[in-house]
Design a protein. Structure first.
Length: 142
């Protein structure tokens, strides 16, 4: 149970870090979650429509529109035509939002990467498997 409690404590600390970032930048915590989802999609080479974003965040259509409008007004995202289907409108993170996030989360990410360098491939596979399993359990997809 010690590791489960450590994971919970880590989750709480990460949530507090995210909340401080949101507060400092006049954002709602859902705005931060949206930017993370959009950046994750971008890293995976996936285009994110507003509908997909809303589904990922558990928002209805009106809530998603308000979210994207708010992020767009703040200069954090932009609506663009899809690369694969020009009829689709996709939401992309603006480079300024990435820079803003990196200023706050970069040192934490760099520290995590530094810690991971101390593990061999077998240990990394075990860590990855554990985290994927917990994420799936939390998402109810296990």
């Amino acid at each position: 149970m010690e590791i489960v409690h450590l994971l919970r404590a880590t989750t709480v600390e990460l949530g507090l870090h995210s909340t401080r970032f949101a507060n400092r930048n006049g954002m709602h915590p859902t705005d931060v979650r949206a930017l993370i989802a959009l950046m994750d999609a971008g890293r995976a080479g996936e285009e994110m429509t507003a509908g997909r974003l809303g589904a990922a965040l558990g928002l209805n259509s009106a809530g998603t529109t308000a979210l994207v409008d708010r992020l767009e007004r703040a200069g954090h995202v932009r609506r663009v035509r899809g690369r694969r289907d020009r009829r689709q409108v996709v939401v992309e993170v603006d480079a300024r939002a990435v820079d803003l996030g990196w200023a706050s989360f970069g040192p934490l990410i760099e520290r995590a990467v530094q810690l991971l360098r101390g593990y061999d491939e077998r240990e990394l596979a075990a860590i990855r498997g554990f985290l994927e399993g917990v994420r799936e359990a939390a998402a109810g997809t296990e």
